[in-house]
Write a protein that binds this ligand. Structure first.
Ligand code: AMP
Length: 195
């Protein structure tokens, strides 16, 4: 059996948060969303929240060192021993290196990288709908444009690294929630990752 040590990568509005949570639930592993961790800290006004609030609202990336420390702490907790799903991390090449170093030390290689693909126009169409539903303070036009451009310039290139390792696979993110979820589960099963 292959343990589900997974990443889900996709542009803003691709539905990766929703699908990531469903996949994690199906495998009974924690879904670790760095964006959610930051938002929760901002909401509670913690020192971390105060440190990152302006960065998030502007649509910039939080420094790698800070983000990496949060992910390492979370992955070291007991409930991640049987697998995990990371949503929104890594987001650039530096973070890929940080995660590799951590996972190599623990002899816990990634087993699947889900690339959720949606056309740019579709993700742009979906973001305002989410803003209305969730009231995210970073879903304003300027921040959205910056986040999409960071995705294209810094995050999309990390997929090449994972493709070269043979661990990444693309899933069409256009369809109903159930359709997309089934595609992910089927693709994971083809890699020996079954719930
Ligand atoms: P998300 O919910 O994944 O779209 O993340 C929301 C915001 O949190 C991003 O626009 C960044 O400001 C910050 N963030 C989340 N994940 C990361 C990461 N891996 N590296 C740096 N900043 C991040």
């Amino acid at each position: 059996m292959t343990l589900p040590r997974l990443l889900i990568i996709g542009p803003q509005g691709s539905g990766k948060g929703t699908q990531g949570a469903r996949v994690a639930e199906a495998f009974r592993i924690p879904a670790i969303s760095t964006g959610d961790v930051f938002r929760a800290n901002v909401k509670e006004g913690t020192p971390l929240g105060q440190q990152v609030q302006a960065i998030i609202e502007a649509g910039d990336l939080v420094p790698d060192e800070l983000t990496g420390a949060i992910v390492r702490d979370r992955l070291a907790q007991d409930d991640a021993a049987g697998g995990f799903l990371l949503d929104g991390y890594p987001r650039n090449i530096g973070q890929v290196g940080d995660l590799d170093a951590f996972l190599e030390e623990r002899d816990e290689p990634l087993t699947g990288v889900i690339e959720l693909s949606v056309p740019r126009e579709e993700s742009i169409r979906r973001i305002p709908l989410r803003a209305a539903e969730q009231g995210r303070s970073d879903d304003n036009d300027e921040s959205i444009a910056k986040r999409l451009s960071i995705y294209e310039s810094e995050t999309a290139p990390i997929l090449d690294v994972y493709r070269e390792r043979g661990v990444a696979f693309e899933v069409d993110g256009v369809g109903t929630l159930d359709e997309v979820f089934e595609r992910i589960i089927t693709a994971l099963a083809a890699r020996g990752i079954v719930a």
